[in-house]
Design a protein around this ligand. Structure first.
Ligand SMILES: [Zn+2]
Length: 268
């Protein structure tokens, strides 16, 4: 399709007329024609030159390329060696896919250490296999579920989403929050729901102490008044009382300085 889009447009304009003229038995023929048009469109899309490229798309690819070159330059073989050998992450982490939520807010060196599962609404039901993989196959001792302030998925689930597509509706159906409650209370409720779901799902591991299920909120709007950007622990194995949480060793550990050498932070 290097010659341009005009032959394609002509085909698109003529195709419905041909299809309409066809007798009823021509359904297969219409379908064949539709597929032909789609194929031509695909070829055209693949031939798009730089002048068609969206400025944001171009900028993004430039950023990705530059950052990756920097990464390759600053990371030597010693950095990759343990990663090539395999992974032994310490946490399976379920977060929202929201672009404002990334692990660098709470882990400067997540490589090889956090098994990340992301989806809309930081939920288990729509990514159950991935969560099982982290907990049952990689044996992470922690399952960390992280909600966040200003979550669009929670806002959508608390409203009328009947006009959304089937796949999106399916992923909102599994977020159980009250209608009209789109704020931090529903974010918290969803985290608690996910912890409950996980505890039932992995009950033997939780009871034996092999797995701790932690619920948290990455609060970049300071809804919880603990500081902007705080990763606030709001649930540990079903415990949600703030005073009791503060007394738990696992929560107190977050306030202690970490040793310099950390897994996933191999010198490079
Ligand atoms: Zn979200």
């Amino acid at each position: 399709m290097k010659q341009g889009i005009w032959p394609l447009l002509a085909l698109l304009l003529l195709a419905p007329a041909w299809a309409a003229d066809m007798p009823a038995q021509g359904d297969a023929e219409k379908e064949r024609l539709r597929q032909m048009v789609k194929e031509v469109l695909r070829e055209y899309a693949a031939s798009l030159g730089p002048k068609h490229l969206n400025a944001d798309a171009r900028g993004l690819m430039q950023n990705l390329g530059q950052d990756n070159r920097n990464f390759m330059r600053t990371h030597k073989p010693a950095y990759f060696k343990p990663l090539v050998q395999g992974q032994r992450p310490r946490a399976t982490v379920v977060t929202c896919a929201d672009s404002r939520v990334h692990s660098h807010a709470f882990d400067a060196t997540p490589d090889g250490d956090l098994f990340m599962v992301r989806n809309i609404g930081n939920q288990i039901a729509t990514a159950e296999g991935s969560v099982e993989y982290g907990v049952n196959h990689l044996h992470t001792p922690v399952l960390l579920i992280i909600g966040h302030s200003a979550c669009g998925a929670i806002q959508a689930a608390a409203g009328d989403y009947s006009a959304e597509s089937g796949p999106i509706r399916n992923e909102l159906d599994t977020l159980q929050v009250p209608k009209g409650e789109a704020g931090i209370n529903s974010v918290l409720l969803n985290v608690h729901n996910q912890v409950k779901y996980a505890m039932a799902k992995f009950e033997p591991k939780v009871i034996s102490g092999e797995l701790i299920v932690v619920g948290a909120v990455y609060d970049f709007r300071d809804d919880l008044k603990q500081g902007q950007g705080k990763l606030a622990i709001v649930n540990v194995n079903g415990e949600t009382d703030a005073r009791k949480l503060a007394q738990l060793e696992i929560v107190q550990a977050m306030e202690q300085p970490a040793p310099r050498a950390r897994r996933g932070a191999t010198a490079y």
